[in-house]
Design a protein around this ligand. Structure first.
Ligand code: ADP
Ligand code: MG
Length: 268
């Protein structure tokens, strides 16, 4: 693919790959600018299903216009391949950034606010992301967070409608990345915006501590927080935030994270 010309786009280099697509940096010869192009590798899924899902990703992104969500430029077919053309988000993925450990208080709060704003905008447009995780979030050099990969996004239905809607995605409600999925997603129930809130809380825990929530003792204790007083007391112990946190802000932040990642959707 690198070096080929796809219509007006000259493919320069591969910049990423996920479970579904491969992403290239390319030059748009008509508008003389750098873009990112996501394409589907042939193989894993049946072509028709994969293309339908890819179209859904483009349709979801096309409804969103927000500084913290990668902007869609175009969706077109060249040489038999569908191309999702979007802004190139230079910088690093949050997953890469996490390799250097927990982020400082100020940075966590800034990124948390941006993630919340991006999610609120998507939800207001009726879009659920359903696959929030560090690999799908990018940090630009000037400290902006951008949400990527609406490949599993689905349309948010009013509750009364959701049961009668045949399928909210081609892959059913359980599609997603297990470690970041809300319990109701894991058990195959219809996800709603609270499922995204759970995933966002799990990501924010991870950037606050440098560890996935369920890999820390304190984080695991949050699950049965509803049970006994003793367990609740233990759960309130510090889950190991970066040393830059003050005691009072760490305690407030912990409460926010515990609420966001509560196993019961109605308590989030
Ligand atoms: N617009 C973009 N700008 C820069 N890098 C991107 C962009 N979109 C995706 N990437 C990179 O490519 C990787 C795979 O893209 P993604 O959309 O997550 O594909 P998949 O659906 O296969 O997971 C991402 O983790 C990210 O590092
Ligand atoms: Mg991805």
């Amino acid at each position: 693919m690198v070096g080929t010309q796809l219509g007006r786009y000259r493919v320069l280099e591969q910049i990423g790959a996920g479970g579904m697509g491969v992403v290239y940096r390319a030059h748009d010869d008509r508008l003389d600018r750098i873009v990112a192009i996501k394409v589907l590798p042939t193989g894993s899924l049946s072509d028709a299903v994969a293309r339908r899902r890819f179209q859904k990703e483009a349709l979801a992104l096309s409804k969103l216009n927000h500084p913290n969500i990668a902007t869609l430029y175009d969706f077109e077919t060249q040489a038999g391949a569908d191309l999702l053309v979007m802004e190139e988000v230079a910088g690093v993925s949050l997953e890469t950034r996490l390799a250097a450990g927990a982020l400082k208080e100020g940075e966590v709060i800034r990124l948390g606010q941006q993630l919340a704003e991006a999610l609120a905008a998507a939800h207001q447009s009726g879009i659920l992301h359903r696959d929030l995780k560090p690999a799908n979030l990018r940090l630009t050099q000037d400290g902006r967070l951008k949400v990527l990969d609406f490949g599993l996004a689905s349309t948010l239905h009013p509750r009364s409608e959701s049961k009668s809607t045949a399928s909210i995605s081609d892959f059913g409600p359980t599609a997603g990345t297990l470690a970041y999925m809300a319990p109701e997603q894991l058990s195959g129930d219809e996800p709603d915006l609270r499922s995204d809130i759970y995933s966002a809380g799990t990501v924010l825990f991870e950037i606050s501590t440098g560890h996935h929530r369920l890999k820390t003792r304190a984080g695991r204790r949050w699950w049965p927080m509803c049970c006994t007083r003793q367990r609740r007391r233990r759960a309130h112990r510090s889950p190991g935030f970066h040393q830059s946190w003050t005691a009072s802000s760490a305690s407030a932040w912990r409460r926010i994270l515990m609420t966001a990642t509560n196993r019961r959707a109605s308590w989030r």
